[in-house]
Design a protein around this ligand. Structure first.
Ligand code: NAD
Length: 509
């Protein structure tokens, strides 16, 4: 049997069923650990997306009408399934993303935090009520779901990002269409089965696999009320501009260049340990990964670089099937080549290679997409490797003279997702927190990703549009407010008409 014959052909998930693609277009899905093609995923045509939207639209009114308590029961059952099927899900994530099992487990746990937040939807949907605002009128505001909403997700969190966005959208009464990354479609299809088993009505959760053609239909179709996108900055900007042009509510989360400021008074051993996990974990394929250290003072820079050099040389990369691996491969051969070209480019621009991970030794026979941990110093802010997000394990050390200089470099950067600082000075930490122009800020915390019940989102070109991931803001993003004024007059009232604009003057008492 040839590889082509063995290869699994995946489906979409529409109206509660796996539906074969009909466009005739497919994309290969890889196991990054071995480099093998493990499946092919259909790329939906405009027509297929329209049909999926129609099914979602038909399912929406009944779901909207269902009591919030009943809706949340379904979300709760879905949560239980995520827990009981965790081991299977870990395997699915690892196989298509190359993450270590520990990392995949962390992703699921963070995803479940968002589901917990969605279970608190009844609390978040409570409206406001005012009695007797005038003339026996009571006024109240209520939050209604939007209708059919779409989520477009990246490859690097095949489960956490879809859960972070869609759980609340479902709980507050919308019908959701997920367009996962074509590089990690198995995880989204696995989640679809869990929703079905949890009893979610058909059509409320849809997965359309696809590429730009499917995305464009979601952006332009008048039935889609809101788009939540997570991915790279250029695509986020395109999604925001196109979606808003078509009158949709859009939140588009982009890339990051997240620095760790290292102060001379920091415990350098502890700080280096924090740097390693935050910078290289998941092969640096996290939007909140630490991209580089901004080290204050020449002596500190030298000592910190020496400690990192020694620690990085002990990191182990390899397949997720081995337990003691620190991180695995990057997502694709193309991604590996892009990362290596960033390293080559930096060296050409004058950077110094402290540790070179371009040709890592993993195992003689492995064709996986591995890039070893790489560290560069002698970096200046005009270099490409300083200015652009590198989505792979090439990290930098930049020397600065003062905290002020570090803050200014970060504030001048076009991206503003996350930042952290390691110090033992409260005064320095306060200055940093007050002056830094970044959305998510840490002090002595390696990755300042907020917990599920706080809002998540970057600043500057790391986020376009209003709205956050995680957190209570999700309930606002996926609902619209309706304000109702009601009065039930007695038979004796309203014997005449009033032509004045309604005001407190009309009040009968
Ligand atoms: P990507 O932008 O290539 O793809 C994201 C999604 O957009 C995918 O579903 C993809 O199919 C679709 N897409 C890609 N190109 C498109 C185009 N031209 N038109 C329409 N749709 C398109 O991102 P990725 O490589 O999958 O993910 C990595 C990126 O995501 C990194 O930049 C990372 O920082 C970012 N990210 C950001 C966050 C955040 O919260 N800010 C979280 C995770 C990942």
């Amino acid at each position: 049997m040839t590889v082509q014959q063995k290869m699994k052909t995946l489906t979409h998930f529409i109206k509660g069923e796996e539906v074969a693609g009909t466009s005739g277009r497919f994309s290969d899905v890889y196991n990054p650990t071995t480099g093998e093609t493990i499946a092919r995923v259909p790329l939906a045509s405009k027509d297929e997306v329209q049909q999926a939207i129609q099914q979602a639209k038909e399912a929406f009114p009944a779901w909207k009408k269902m009591s919030i308590g009943k809706r949340v029961e379904v979300v709760h059952r879905f949560r239980q399934l995520l827990v009981t099927k965790q081991e299977e899900l870990i395997e699915v994530i690892c196989q298509e993303s190359g993450k270590t099992k520990e990392d995949a487990k962390g992703e699921i746990i963070r995803g479940i935090e968002s589901v917990d937040m969605a279970i608190s939807a009844p609390q978040l949907l409570k409206g406001e009520y005012s009695v007797n605002v005038g003339g026996n009128i009571n006024a109240f505001s209520a939050k209604s779901p939007l209708g059919v909403v779409a989520t477009i997700a990246p490859f690097n969190f095949p489960v956490m990002v879809p859960l972070a966005i869609t759980s609340m959208a479902v709980a507050v009464g919308n019908a959701v269409i997920l367009k996962p990354s074509e590089r990690v479609p198995h995880s989204a299809l696995f989640l679809s089965q869990l929703w079905k088993e949890a009893g979610l009505p058909d059509g409320i959760w849809t997965v359309v696999n696809g590429d730009k053609e499917a995305v464009n239909e979601l952006l332009e179709n008048k039935e889609i009320q809101a788009i939540s996108f997570v991915g790279s900055t250029p695509v986020a900007e395109y999604i925001y501009q196109t979606g808003t042009k078509h009158n949709k509510r859009v939140a588009a989360f982009g890339g990051g260049k997240n620095f760790m400021i290292v102060m001379p008074d920091a415990n350098l051993e502890q700080t280096a340990n924090a740097f390693l996990g935050a910078a290289y974990g998941a092969a640096s394929q996290r939007c909140m990964a630490i991209s580089g250290a901004l080290v204050v003072g020449q002596d500190t820079e030298q000592r910190f670089t020496d400690i990192l050099k020694q620690k990085i040389s002990q990191l182990k990369i390899g397949p997720y099937t081995e337990d003691d691996v620190d991180f695995g491969p990057v997502i694709s051969q193309q991604s590996k080549e892009t990362i290596i070209s960033y390293i080559d480019g930096a060296v050409t621009e004058g950077a110094n290679l402290v540790i070179d991970g371009r040709n890592p030794k993993v195992c003689e026979t492995s064709n996986g997409f591995y890039v070893g941990p790489t560290l560069l110093n002698n970096i200046t802010p005009d270099m490409t490797i300083f200015k652009e997000e590198v989505f792979g394990p090439a990290r930098i050390v930049v020397g600065v003279e003062t905290l002020q200089e570090a803050i200014e470099l970060i504030n001048d950067h076009e991206l503003g997702n996350g930042v952290t600082m390691f110090t033992s000075s409260g005064a320095a930490a306060r200055k940093f927190q007050e002056e830094i122009e970044v959305g998510m800020v840490g002090v002595n915390v390696p990755i300042p990703i907020p917990v599920g019940y706080h809002n998540f989102g970057g600043w500057k070109r790391s986020k376009f549009g209003e709205g956050h991931m995680f957190g209570p803001d999700q309930a606002r993003f996926f609902t619209k407010a309706k304000t109702i004024s009601e009065r039930w007059p007695d038979e004796m009232e309203d014997a005449t008409s009033s032509f004045a604009f309604p005001s407190n003057n009309d009040a009968k008492s």
